[in-house]
Design a protein around this ligand. Sequence first.
Ligand code: NAD
Length: 323
Amino acid sequence: MAQKNFVELTRTNDKMPLVGFGCWKVDQKDAEETIYNAIKVGYRLIDGACDYGNEVEVGRGIRKAIADGIVKREEIFVTTKLWNTYHNKANVRPAFDKQLADLGLDYVDLYLIHFPIPLQHVEHDVCYPPGWVHPTKTSGILLEASPMQDCWREMEKIAEAGLARNIGISNFNVQLILDLLTYAKIKPAVLQIELHPYLQQKRLVEWVQSQGIAVTAYSSFGPASFAQLTDDGRNAKPLLDHEVIQAIAKKHDKTTAQVLLRWSVERNVAVIPKSMHVERMTTNRDLFSWSLGADDIKDITALEMGLRFNNPDSYGMALPLFA
Ligand code: NAD
């Protein structure tokens, strides 16, 4: 039986596509056209964030695709994320409102807490997006005492107002999710995490899915995006060129990128690859007409290294979030 190309979210029963397009590192100057092209080649999920600094242009690309009749608003699933400097209960809604206005949309489909790291607030007119380092400092982070429970309550209010159809979390571990589930009136619909053959997080994925929380994988190609950020990114063998992945790709007459993406999709985990090239965008979403064999899965499983690339501790923020 052919695999479904979406996962149904709890509470709303919204169908979240299993393949979406990621907006990190899409330059402002390219974003409108890139997002438009992504929708044109068939992407129906756009994964953005305040932190990516391109929401105005991403919104233009989405709205152009709607205006040109390529999609209707209700056919496209738009995700964005609350940045760390807006966790305080006074700052969540204003941050969301700015993002929605920048996107030029009436609602988003999914609003995620980007990281469970409350940082000191930065006014929009001082610096936007504010990034990790507070404008009064030259390096490192400034934490803020904002309880996650307060932040989640504000996220719930945005969902209750129908402005974010679903709410969720990113880069959370099981301990924090367990706590959140004790007070959540609205359970997180999605957990977005780093996931690739070097960091498979098998039990985390299984447990989270067993709680009715869908999982999205980011950085499916492992070190590909992290070469400039971390030593691990520089030193790890690129997964896209790994001989094990190459052999599997050759066997199925697919690209190594498709193998890495299909590996997640087979676990009912959504993927959000980013590419600036229309040809790669197109092949990256061709994941449902074929499947990996048990021997392929076994070979990929053997690549596990517990190697995480998106760790604030490894790019200068002195915070061992995942320790
Ligand atoms: P990715 O794993 O999608 O890799 C992107 C890199 O792979 C780019 O350099 C691109 O040129 C290259 N690439 C893409 N398709 C290719 C192909 N077919 N052949 C060869 N090279 C190819 O990387 P990512 O950007 O780290 O993650 C994807 C998305 O996940 C982001 O855009 C963002 O939306 C999201 N993300 C979320 C978080 C979070 O904290 N929640 C963190 C990182 C990324």
